[in-house]
Design a protein around this ligand. Structure first.
Ligand SMILES: [Zn+2]
Ligand SMILES: [Zn+2]
Length: 139
Protein backbone atom coordinates (compact mmCIF):
# COMPACT_ATOMS: atom_id res chain seq x y z
CA UNK A 1 0.00 0.00 0.00
CA UNK A 2 2.81 2.37 0.80
CA UNK A 3 4.14 2.05 -2.77
CA UNK A 4 0.68 2.95 -4.05
CA UNK A 5 0.63 6.04 -1.87
CA UNK A 6 4.16 6.90 -2.89
CA UNK A 7 3.34 6.59 -6.59
CA UNK A 8 0.19 8.65 -6.12
CA UNK A 9 2.16 11.35 -4.34
CA UNK A 10 4.75 11.45 -7.09
CA UNK A 11 2.08 11.65 -9.75
CA UNK A 12 0.26 14.49 -7.98
CA UNK A 13 3.49 16.30 -7.41
CA UNK A 14 4.31 15.99 -11.09
CA UNK A 15 0.83 17.22 -11.97
CA UNK A 16 1.22 20.30 -9.77
CA UNK A 17 4.62 21.00 -11.34
CA UNK A 18 3.19 20.57 -14.85
CA UNK A 19 0.29 22.90 -14.15
CA UNK A 20 2.57 25.69 -12.90
CA UNK A 21 4.78 25.24 -15.96
CA UNK A 22 1.79 25.14 -18.29
CA UNK A 23 0.13 28.22 -16.83
CA UNK A 24 3.55 29.93 -16.92
CA UNK A 25 2.00 33.18 -15.77
CA UNK A 26 2.68 32.94 -12.05
CA UNK A 27 -0.54 31.32 -10.88
CA UNK A 28 -1.75 31.56 -7.31
CA UNK A 29 -2.22 28.34 -5.35
CA UNK A 30 -5.94 28.49 -6.06
CA UNK A 31 -5.41 28.85 -9.80
CA UNK A 32 -3.09 25.84 -9.72
CA UNK A 33 -5.73 23.89 -7.82
CA UNK A 34 -8.51 24.71 -10.29
CA UNK A 35 -6.34 23.75 -13.25
CA UNK A 36 -5.07 20.56 -11.61
CA UNK A 37 -8.66 19.52 -10.95
CA UNK A 38 -9.40 19.64 -14.67
CA UNK A 39 -6.79 16.92 -15.09
CA UNK A 40 -7.45 14.94 -11.91
CA UNK A 41 -10.93 15.53 -10.51
CA UNK A 42 -10.02 13.81 -7.25
CA UNK A 43 -7.05 15.97 -6.31
CA UNK A 44 -7.75 17.97 -3.17
CA UNK A 45 -6.94 21.57 -2.43
CA UNK A 46 -4.77 20.44 0.47
CA UNK A 47 -2.73 18.16 -1.76
CA UNK A 48 -2.10 20.96 -4.25
CA UNK A 49 -1.13 23.43 -1.53
CA UNK A 50 1.14 20.90 0.16
CA UNK A 51 2.90 20.04 -3.09
CA UNK A 52 3.35 23.70 -3.96
CA UNK A 53 4.95 24.29 -0.58
CA UNK A 54 7.22 21.27 -1.00
CA UNK A 55 8.24 22.17 -4.54
CA UNK A 56 9.16 25.71 -3.56
CA UNK A 57 10.97 24.50 -0.44
CA UNK A 58 13.09 22.23 -2.61
CA UNK A 59 13.76 24.95 -5.13
CA UNK A 60 11.83 23.44 -8.04
CA UNK A 61 9.44 26.36 -7.94
CA UNK A 62 9.75 29.91 -6.76
CA UNK A 63 7.19 31.33 -4.39
CA UNK A 64 6.89 35.04 -5.03
CA UNK A 65 4.77 37.60 -3.26
CA UNK A 66 3.29 39.97 -5.82
CA UNK A 67 0.53 42.47 -5.19
CA UNK A 68 -0.26 41.01 -1.78
CA UNK A 69 -0.72 37.44 -3.04
CA UNK A 70 1.53 34.42 -3.27
CA UNK A 71 2.32 33.33 -6.80
CA UNK A 72 4.22 30.33 -8.05
CA UNK A 73 6.90 30.59 -10.67
CA UNK A 74 8.53 27.82 -12.70
CA UNK A 75 11.33 30.22 -13.59
CA UNK A 76 13.69 29.82 -10.63
CA UNK A 77 16.49 31.93 -12.11
CA UNK A 78 16.96 35.55 -11.00
CA UNK A 79 14.46 37.80 -12.75
CA UNK A 80 12.13 40.68 -12.07
CA UNK A 81 8.35 40.80 -12.50
CA UNK A 82 5.85 43.21 -13.97
CA UNK A 83 2.30 43.13 -12.63
CA UNK A 84 -0.73 44.71 -14.29
CA UNK A 85 -2.52 47.04 -11.90
CA UNK A 86 -5.81 46.41 -13.70
CA UNK A 87 -6.08 42.68 -14.42
CA UNK A 88 -3.30 41.43 -12.16
CA UNK A 89 -1.42 39.57 -14.88
CA UNK A 90 2.20 38.89 -13.93
CA UNK A 91 4.99 38.48 -16.46
CA UNK A 92 8.73 37.91 -16.18
CA UNK A 93 11.12 40.76 -16.79
CA UNK A 94 14.36 39.15 -17.93
CA UNK A 95 16.98 41.42 -16.39
CA UNK A 96 20.43 40.89 -17.82
CA UNK A 97 23.08 39.79 -15.36
CA UNK A 98 24.93 43.12 -15.52
CA UNK A 99 21.82 45.11 -14.57
CA UNK A 100 21.00 42.74 -11.72
CA UNK A 101 24.58 42.99 -10.47
CA UNK A 102 24.55 46.78 -10.65
CA UNK A 103 21.33 46.88 -8.62
CA UNK A 104 22.67 44.46 -6.04
CA UNK A 105 25.92 46.42 -5.77
CA UNK A 106 24.11 49.73 -5.26
CA UNK A 107 21.88 48.14 -2.65
CA UNK A 108 24.93 46.78 -0.82
CA UNK A 109 26.71 50.16 -0.96
CA UNK A 110 23.66 52.10 0.19
CA UNK A 111 22.75 49.83 3.08
CA UNK A 112 25.89 47.97 4.07
CA UNK A 113 23.92 44.75 3.64
CA UNK A 114 25.44 41.68 2.10
CA UNK A 115 22.89 41.14 -0.67
CA UNK A 116 21.85 37.57 -1.39
CA UNK A 117 18.66 38.00 -3.38
CA UNK A 118 16.61 40.63 -5.15
CA UNK A 119 12.83 40.69 -5.38
CA UNK A 120 11.86 43.32 -7.89
CA UNK A 121 8.35 44.01 -9.16
CA UNK A 122 7.28 46.70 -11.61
CA UNK A 123 3.63 47.64 -11.87
CA UNK A 124 1.63 49.27 -14.64
CA UNK A 125 -0.86 48.35 -17.35
CA UNK A 126 -0.40 45.29 -19.53
CA UNK A 127 -0.80 45.64 -23.33
CA UNK A 128 -4.34 44.20 -23.22
CA UNK A 129 -5.51 46.60 -20.53
CA UNK A 130 -3.94 49.50 -22.40
CA UNK A 131 -6.24 48.66 -25.28
CA UNK A 132 -9.24 48.64 -23.00
CA UNK A 133 -10.03 44.99 -23.73
CA UNK A 134 -13.41 45.92 -25.26
CA UNK A 135 -13.26 42.95 -27.59
CA UNK A 136 -11.99 40.49 -25.01
CA UNK A 137 -14.23 37.59 -24.06
CA UNK A 138 -14.13 36.71 -20.40
CA UNK A 139 -15.43 33.39 -19.23
ZN1 LIG B 1 -3.89 43.91 -17.56
ZN1 LIG C 1 8.68 34.98 -12.77
Amino acid sequence: MSTMVQRRNTRQRQLVMDVVRELHDHPTADEVYLKAREVDARISRGTVYRNLALLSEEGDLLSVRIGGANHYDHNTGPHAHAVCASCGRVVDVPLDAATAQTLAKSAATLTGYEISACDLTFSGLCPDCQQGRQDAVSA
